[in-house]
Write a protein that binds this ligand. Sequence first.
Ligand SMILES: *[C@@H]1O[C@H](CO)[C@@H](O)[C@H](O)[C@H]1NC(C)=O
Length: 373
Amino acid sequence: MDTTKALLFFLFNFLFVEYSFAQLCSDSSCRKGEPMIRFPFQLQNLQHKSCGYPGFNLSCDASNQTVLELPNSGQFTVQGIDYQMQHIWLNDPDSCLPKRLLTLNLSGSPFSGYFYQNFAFFNCAFDYTKYKLNPIGCLSGQSYTVFASSSVRAISFLESRCNLISSVAVPVQWTFAEPVATSDLSEDILLSWGTPQCGRCESRGARCGLKSNSSTDTVCSHVSRRGLPRGARYAIIAGAGVPALLFLVGFLCCLCSKVKRFTRRHLPIVDPASSAAVAPQILITTGGLDSSIIQSYPKTILGESRRLPNPNDSICSICLSEYKPKETLRSIPECQHSFHAECVDQWLRLKASCPVCRNSPDSKCTSIDIQDS
Ligand SMILES: *[C@@H]1O[C@H](CO)[C@@H](O)[C@H](O)[C@H]1NC(C)=O
């Protein structure tokens, strides 16, 4: 009878574990429109502590935004969570993310950046309005302006005119060479977590939970969240006879091995860690111009005398570097503004407007580029 006892013990244990966290830990959110919270996260006051993994506690602030407190960096609002990819998007509740990035320290938290891009922060006093520069308003004052840049050329331009504040590795959402010289860094940052690894469980449509209150081991459960009502589950657990349960175990074992054999043959195994490493960098832009239109714009090659189309304009306002002899310039016919051809071509592929005066050369075209790297 030892095997029967062992089977019964296993079955009750299994049912109990699945049952307990399915009951206590239903999805929750601070309000409509805020991210859905479930394991490994736990929403204070709305979910039991055992519904979350240590370090993943969230709370709702006064305006019912979801808030994450990082041990060494304070509170951030949670903008989104991808449970399958194990990604979380954060921003600053006081709407000055760049300020928070200057002191961001993720140590002591389960999170780390997914893509990092280095930004140099500068404090500048020159009149920047004639260049295409994007200042950080919330860090600037009346007599100075703060810029952040990850472009080598823009950094060398700013270095000679401004004071370097700091160089920071920013956990950006994607990395790509932007045709803009500076960024206001207001977009959400992207962090990811490695433990607990529930991405695979989530991608099968199942839910993860703690095995017991005293351990950090997790189990993956197939309990449907819209399953049987509470009473019916009690009835099944308490009332079903032993022979029925034993029959069920035998039947499930048989079914399991069949299903396993089937899935092994038919379904590709997706490893979230490896698919994450090759995540495509997606560049979605609207309003760029067709390259045939761009190519039709007039080009000039500067001679040794560097005679410029507009003598007052000796710096390309896209890449902020001076025009040099033999360089190719392209001008936008509608407004006569000129730039390095390589800079303006890249710009126009993303935006159908002049970077200086914002006039639109051709607003008919809209394109969506998705670049797989
Ligand atoms: C982050 O914070 C920890 C703990 O306070 C500290 O030991 C560490 O030096 C900090 N890291 C940086 C880069 O400041």
